[in-house]
Write a protein that binds this ligand. Structure first.
Ligand SMILES: Cc1cc2nc3c(=O)[nH]c(=O)nc-3n(C[C@H](O)[C@H](O)[C@H](O)COP(=O)(O)OP(=O)(O)OC[C@H]3O[C@@H](n4cnc5c(N)ncnc54)[C@H](O)[C@@H]3O)c2cc1C
Length: 511
């Protein structure tokens, strides 16, 4: 199949068609993981669908996550068996069918240090064993996610060299799903939807939404026009209340810090450290692409106006450093932090209590205006959320549509036959395959720039071909789209500065 190309020319054609054209079956508002998932579900059922996103794909919460495809262990511990099971099932679908190229098995390592008492160790061990059962009952084989186990102190140090050694009594190891990047998942889902006919319109904002219409404003030209649809679905995450003021959300901020992986001794496992004084809450130092480690995360009430780009607070940064230092041989401080990011969880307001205890379940809400909103949930469950909201819309609006098909639908780039796939048998950089899967060869083959497999600048593991592909195939329209969402170079300001000029040059040549 020809790789689907989202770019400025396609966007212009789609905006024109939408402004002039026939009513849609479904209009999706919001281009995060939820909206992209809804657009894919609708398009793959044969419905006519357009998705509008005020900024860029993955501009909102979806790019600020921990990039984990959770097995749901945390929900099991809090008694939410239903969410835990659903999460484990969705993780298995993503890792084996939808996006095996974007999700890998991440070893999660709890070092057994003297600060961890017998009861706490037993609790973690029991949790990991429950996670194994959850994986098994969800039908995910141990060849995809290995069983949990206890490992020696020597092995702990091999996997995470900076762990405190004094009194280290081995470690507990379990496996969960880790995305190469959350924004890349959103782009892959949106492009797969486009491949099935969805119109994906970035930099188009929706307002005045009703059950059958919305006003759209092209953020680039300033022009507005109305569209009609048989169902209008609000997937705007923490901004959902702007489309339906009756919705009650309780945003909670989560912050991560970014480090050079060398600072942590180039770990191969996610160091998982209990938060002192808390039961069943941990922070994680996770090995990531581009030679980085992300350390997260916090959970803070974030009332008031919703910022476009949330900012970490000094207290959160202090908390993360202080907690990680309890388990390290070294002492990290502010000067080791090379970047930081914060996101707002779109939690449903259930009243009082800490945000950490608020349910991560999703909900489908019919507003008085007729708009159907999908709120709450987790990135891991986007496919299931989309299925639920489309089932609801189809039944409620009497749409003629097939059954949900996303369960077995590979996203663009999915390696359906990894053993023999052409992308894996060539000399392409490993990082390119990790980000594009079966499309990696195409990223280079379609490039018109000089030296396509050279890095964009020395020391940054992103090729020149990727900048071009972002513009020609992945819908990047500006510098931020390339640096902050198609790639994540922008998470480190110093790296961002070094490549801004290259991104600008590529936009001039290829947009
Ligand atoms: C710190 C943190 C860590 C997390 N970690 C994980 C994790 O590891 N695993 C996991 O499964 N989940 C995780 N989550 C949860 C997950 O990230 C979110 O549930 C998910 O990304 C929400 O996606 P969304 O599409 O609903 O919202 P968003 O990604 O916020 O998308 C909404 C979009 O709507 C657009 N929009 C708003 N108003 C309009 C308008 N009027 N017109 C057009 N567009 C509009 C916005 O620009 C935005 O792009 C985490 C969340 C946080 C905050």
């Amino acid at each position: 199949m020809t790789p689907v190309a989202l770019n400025a020319a396609r966007r212009t054609a789609d905006v024109t068609a939408l402004a002039d054209g026939a009513p849609l079956d479904v209009l999706v508002i919001g281009g995060g993981i939820t909206g992209a998932g809804v657009a894919l579900d609708a398009a793959s059922r044969g419905l006519s669908v357009a998705l509008v996103e005020k900024h860029d794909l993955a501009f909102g919460t979806s790019r600020w996550s921990s990039k984990l495809v959770h097995g749901g262990l945390r929900y099991l511990a809090t008694g939410n068996v239903g969410i835990a099971r659903r999460s484990a099932v969705e993780r298995g679908i993503l890792m084996t069918r939808n996006a095996p190229h974007l999700v890998r098995a991440m070893p999660q390592l709890v070092p057994l240090l003297p600060s961890m008492g017998h009861a706490e160790r037993a609790l973690v061990r029991a949790g990991f064993l429950a996670g194994d059962v959850l994986r098994k009952t969800a039908g995910t084989p141990s060849s995809v996610l290995p069983r949990s186990r206890r490992i020696s102190a020597q092995r702990v140090i091999e996997m995470a060299a900076t762990v405190r050694r004094d009194g280290l009594d081995g470690g507990l190891l379990a496996f969960d799903g880790q995305l190469i990047d959350d924004a890349r998942l959103v782009i892959a889902v949106a492009r797969t939807a486009a491949q099935r006919g969805a119109r994906i319109l970035t930099y188009v904002a929706a307002s005045e939404a009703t059950g059958t219409s919305a006003r759209l404003t092209d953020q680039r030209s300033g022009e507005s026009f109305d569209v009609s649809a048989r169902a209008v679905i609000n997937a705007t995450g923490v901004w959902a209340g702007e489309i339906d003021p009756a919705l009650k959300l309780r945003p909670s901020r989560g912050t991560h810090l970014v480090f050079d992986a060398e600072t942590f001794g180039n770990p191969t496992a996610a160091l998982t450290i209990p938060i002192p004084g808390e039961i069943n809450r941990f922070i994680f130092a996770m090995p990531e692409q581009l030679g980085r480690v992300y350390l997260g995360l916090t959970d803070e009430d974030a009332p008031g106006a919703i910022p476009d780009v949330p900012q970490p607070s000094p207290d959160e940064i202090g908390f993360l450093l202080q907690t990680v230092n309890t388990a390290l041989e070294i002492t990290l401080d502010d000067s080791d932090v090379i970047g930081a990011y914060a996101g707002l969880r779109p939690l449903i307001d259930t009243g009082e209590g800490r945000t950490a205890d608020v349910s991560r379940d999703h909900a489908i809400v019919d507003s008085d205006s007729g708009v159907i909103s999908v709120i709450g949930g987790k990135l891991t469950e986007y496919r299931r959320m989309a299925q639920d909201v489309l089932d609801h819309a189809v039944a409620q609006r009497g749409l003629t549509a097939g059954a949900c098909r996303t369960h077995d639908l590979p996203l663009v780039g999915a390696l359906t036959n990894p053993g023999s796939d052409v992308a894996l048998t060539t000399d392409l950089p490993e990082s390119l395959i990790a980000r594009y899967g079966a499309e990696a060869g195409n990223v280079v083959a379609t490039a018109r720039c000089e030296r396509p497999t050279d890095p964009v600048v020395d020391g940054i593991d992103v090729t020149r071909a990727e900048f071009e592909y972002a513009i020609t195939h992945e819908g990047a329209l500006g510098v931020g789209d390339i640096l902050d969402r198609r790639t994540r170079i922008g998470l480190v300001a110093a790296d961002r500065e070094r490549v801004v000029g290259v991104a600008e040059e590529f936009l001039t040549r290829f947009a």
